[in-house]
Design a protein. Structure first.
Length: 505
């Protein structure tokens, strides 16, 4: 027990009508990376908010013990003084300030009469940046950094406060593969220096790679804690969802029919820089199939579908045909009217209005159909939204629940409902399972299968190769804006797809 840095003993946390945590016990050893996994709503974030002082002592039951001493945090700063720092998925940086200003915000280094000592501030900032391997001047503004670098600034900020335990919530969700690799390497280095980490992620491959031990939560309870060597993905998944998921990718054998969408020589330029992001891409989508699109970050996958939808880019050349009719799309409204739907990769930014409720978000793209003489038929709006809440099994207390209060998987279902209400001929899903748990992923896959069975053509973009291989009937691969590979399901493999994705072929 001497190597324990943290113990959380029988933590209980209730909200009106809901017990979010029910006797959870959790511990972290010194210099350990301890992964915390579970479905959305399992209690992971609530547990970490208790630990970091977001929920102060007295609002929960149980004890937090650090270095053998019971802690009673009244605020976040109390937990920071105990050496605990939480780095949320949505980074808490002031974008227009410099790195140095962010690292010392609220803890400024001053000289006489309260004047900031900039030499000391920059010196300490440079040392903190060196710890996380970030080669950038302390005077750089955060807004000018990439997401991966901003993530490292957050870690440097925590280390500058002498943090001994870092809590990282979905740290790689918005990172490129290279940035994610760099972050995992940095965490490994910090582990060697004795810094402990609680690592929360839905990416189970990362979890099994980086962690020392793994704890699974389900329905607000601790299910199991074990060494990673005793916790293969299959066991982890079973403990997370309470059942075997023998068929994580529930693909169905299908016979594709006629061509529904055809794209010819599609070339698109960045509207700001003028650089070509999609170069002479041609492909077809057939009825009764799921078409997967793979490629590394920056390959042009999102730019391709956003430009087809009229939402991005300066199109230079190319044509698109839907059900034998040439598409004339200048805006998303044109795309919707002509039978296209697009579930964007960033649901919170492009897919939902977080302050609106489930009903309003579900019907947002179908208001023309639900209106008469410019007045929305509220009864029909309720019937339409309620239909898809039931059909998609969306977990929400009511249609009036704000979508910001739903789990990631249920938010994604609301986005799906919005596009199904438009009656699309082709539905494009860009990273449809990003940031949702494994149980919700299977539900999304089943929805995709059901859509194909109903005659909707499905195009899926994913950065997860097992997902692309597991769900697609045919796979297109992009590299630097060009189509570099096309594979039938039977001939596709991770190696072949990666060769095409890197341009090595």
């Amino acid at each position: 027990m001497a190597d324990l840095l943290l113990e959380m003993r029988n933590i209980t946390k209730e909200f009106p009508g809901v017990r979010a945590l029910d006797g959870v016990s959790f511990d972290v050893r010194k210099g350990e990376i301890h992964a915390l996994v579970g479905e959305n709503g399992a209690g992971k974030s609530t547990l970490m908010k208790v630990l970091s002082g977001v929920y102060p002592y007295g609002t929960y039951g149980g004890d937090i013990v650090v270095d053998g001493k019971v802690q009673r945090y009244a605020k976040i700063r109390d937990s920071e003084e105990a050496g605990i720092a939480i780095i949320h998925q949505e980074l808490a940086l002031v974008k227009q300030m410099t790195i140095a200003e962010n690292l010392h915000l609220g803890a400024e280094r001053t000289k006489a009469r309260g004047v900031i000592d900039w030499n000391e501030t920059f010196h300490r900032t440079a040392a903190a940046l060196a710890e996380v391997g970030l080669k950038v001047t302390p005077a750089a503004k955060v807004v000018d950094l990439g997401v991966g670098s901003q993530q490292l600034v957050e870690i440097a900020k925590a280390l500058a406060k002498k943090a001994r335990l870092l809590i990282l919530d979905e740290p790689t969700a918005a990172l490129t593969e290279t940035e994610a690799e760099n972050l995992l390497r940095i965490l490994g280095t910090l582990r060697e220096r004795g810094v402990a980490c609680v690592y929360i992620s839905h990416r189970l491959r990362e979890v099994t790679r980086i962690s020392d031990r793994i704890t699974v939560l389900r329905d607000g309870r601790t299910v199991v804690t074990d060494d990673k060597v005793k916790m293969p993905e299959e066991r982890m998944i079973k403990n997370m969802v309470g059942r075997d998921l023998a068929h994580l990718f529930p693909h169905r054998d299908r016979t594709p029919g006629e061509t529904v969408l055809e794209v010819k020589n599609w070339t698109v330029a960045d509207p700001v820089t003028g650089d070509l992001r999609v170069r002479d891409v041609s492909f077809q989508v057939r009825r009764g199939e799921i078409l997967g699109i793979a490629g590394l970050m920056g390959a042009g996958r999102t730019e391709l579908v956003m430009s087809l939808f009229g939402a991005w880019g300066d199109r230079k050349t190319g044509e698109a045909w839907l059900a034998g009719k040439k598409l004339q799309i200048a805006s998303p409204r044109d795309a919707i009217r002509q039978g296209l739907g697009l579930i964007s990769e960033d649901r919170k930014r492009y897919g939902l209005v977080l302050g609106m409720d489930v009903k309003e978000n579900s019907t947002l793209a179908s208001l023309e159909r639900l209106s008469r003489h410019g007045i929305i038929d509220r009864n029909e709006e309720i019937r339409s939204a309620d239909r898809y809440v039931k059909e998609l099994r969306t977990k929400t207390p009511s249609l009036e629940q704000q979508v910001r209060n739903l789990s990631g998987g249920n938010q994604q279902k609301v986005v799906v409902a919005k596009w199904l209400l438009t009656g699309p001929k082709v539905l494009i899903l860009d990273e449809p399972t990003r940031g949702i748990d494994v149980g919700a992923k299977v539900e999304v896959y089943e929805i995709m299968n059901a859509l194909v069975d109903k005659g909707v053509c499905v195009v899926m973009i994913s950065s997860e190769l097992p997902e692309v291989l597991g769900m697609s009937d045919r796979i297109l691969v992009l590299h630097e804006g060009r189509l570099t590979g096309e594979f039938a399901r039977a001939e596709a493999s991770e190696q072949k797809v990666m060769v095409s994705a890197t341009g090595a072929a």
